[in-house]
Design a binder for this molecule. Structure first.
Ligand code: SAH
Length: 196
């Protein structure tokens, strides 16, 4: 697995914000991800009323879907525009409040209370701020993290997960010499060494 060519690549927060501003968001899909539908039972494992985390959430439509099933959804995203678009595109009323533990951090919450989206960097979060989760949907998250930050990301995710929780992770496979990413190529061997 030749990951060499992407190892040093860095996409800044500013560049992500710019993608949102200019509508360069080809990663956003209007349809629910087929792999979430297919493997949902692995995530839920027969349980109801779970706390489910969406790292680097964008305006993922699956957040609405899982909330409608009765779960409580928490996401984190650097782009405020993405979060506001999420609520308005689903006609969900929300309010906004500061997050005292995070300088400049804000939380957008549906008035019904079951969707809480943090506007900050994922690296600003900890379980003392957001608690722990029963399930994680990681699509466009690990593969969007800068390669040099992967270990930090994986350690954080592990800390945010309850003992009996599951994470559904979507990666992409391609020749990293041919595209610079994101999404970055994360070989399965690396997924195993990151998450064990
Ligand atoms: N998971 C979403 C979005 C994937 S694109 C989906 O499936 O549609 C990756 C997203 O991560 C972008 O919206 C980008 O703005 C956001 N992002 C990038 N770095 C981040 C960071 N350090 N903390 C939080 N969000 C970040």
């Amino acid at each position: 697995s030749d990951v060499g060519p992407q190892k040093e690549r860095v996409v800044t927060e500013e560049e992500w914000l710019q993608k949102w501003e200019t509508g360069n968001i080809g990663f956003h899909k209007e349809q629910r991800h087929p792999l979430l539908q297919k493997h949902l039972d692995v995530l839920l494992n027969g349980r109801s009323g779970l706390r489910i985390f969406f790292p680097l959430c964008g305006k993922a439509v699956e957040m609405k879907w899982l909330a409608d099933m009765g779960h409580s959804v928490v996401g984190v995203e650097v782009s405020e525009q993405a979060l506001k678009d999420f609520f308005s595109e689903h006609s969900l009323p929300y309010f906004e409040e500061p997050v005292p533990e995070i300088s400049g951090g804000k939380m957008f919450q549906s008035t019904s209370g079951n969707i809480s989206l943090y506007c900050c960097s994922i690296y600003d979060l900890s379980s003392s701020i957001v608690g722990k989760f029963d399930g994680v949907w990681d699509r466009g998250a690990l593969v969007a993290v800068n390669p040099r930050d992967r270990q930090r990301y994986a350690t954080l995710m592990t800390n945010l997960m309850e003992k009996n929780s599951s994470c559904l992770l979507v990666t992409v496979s391609y020749d990293p010499n041919k595209h610079k990413g994101p999404p970055f190529y994360v070989p399965e061997s690396e997924v195993k060494s990151l998450f064990g």
